[in-house]
Design a protein around this ligand. Sequence first.
Ligand code: MG
Ligand code: MG
Length: 250
Amino acid sequence: MIYYKTAEQIELMRIAGRVVHNTLNMLEAWIKPGTTTKKLDTLAEEYIRSHDAVPSFKGYNGFIATLCVSRNEEVVHGIPSDNVFLHDGDIVSIDCGAFIHGYHGDHARTYAVGNISPDKQNLMDVTKRCLALGIEKAYPGNHLSDIGHAIQTYAESQGYSVVRDLVGHGIGQRLHEDPQVPNYGKMGRGIILKEGLVIAIEPMVNMGKAGVSTVSDGWTIVTHDRKPSAHFEHTLAITKEGPVILTNGK
Ligand code: MG
Ligand code: MG
């Protein structure tokens, strides 16, 4: 069931969106060789709680942390650890959720650690562009699959593949609501987008093939071929005027 939001509810969701945006901004100074992924997680949890919000992911289906921190061939859902250090040349995806005033915000960015190879930089640039192209399709009257079609078409035109096993989602009082928002598909399929729909669009783009699997910790998703993957996510509302991003700090 899809819960369409009123303008007032969307304004409340902007507060959650701002918290996650500012959390990631705060972490940027720590994205450097030698930082542990647990350090990032501790900083994020402190920041979120000090802004009267609650980490959305901690306790979600038993997940133990505030952030998902996923490096290189890790696609998403990496568990922060004292034993995992950021290294020069890594790319690292940081996914953050926060809950405040009854609503969730969900936002992810992939960062370069130190100096990265041109091919990793291009993967990140293309994935970020995929997110922007998906958001451009989030207008009332378009079909849901127009979003995924735009993402897939661009990613594949650049020689990359999109992950199919994980998708974006509706978001509101619950972190994951209907509908699912795939990053692939034909145009003109799925529901017609309507004013009040709030979704998280989150392309996961692989340098190699699309296949992924879960490692033995039960959470971390990695590419089958162990080639790098990047991930960007925004929470956005569909309004009469078009998409309004709630996790861009405005
Ligand atoms: Mg997320
Ligand atoms: Mg999400």
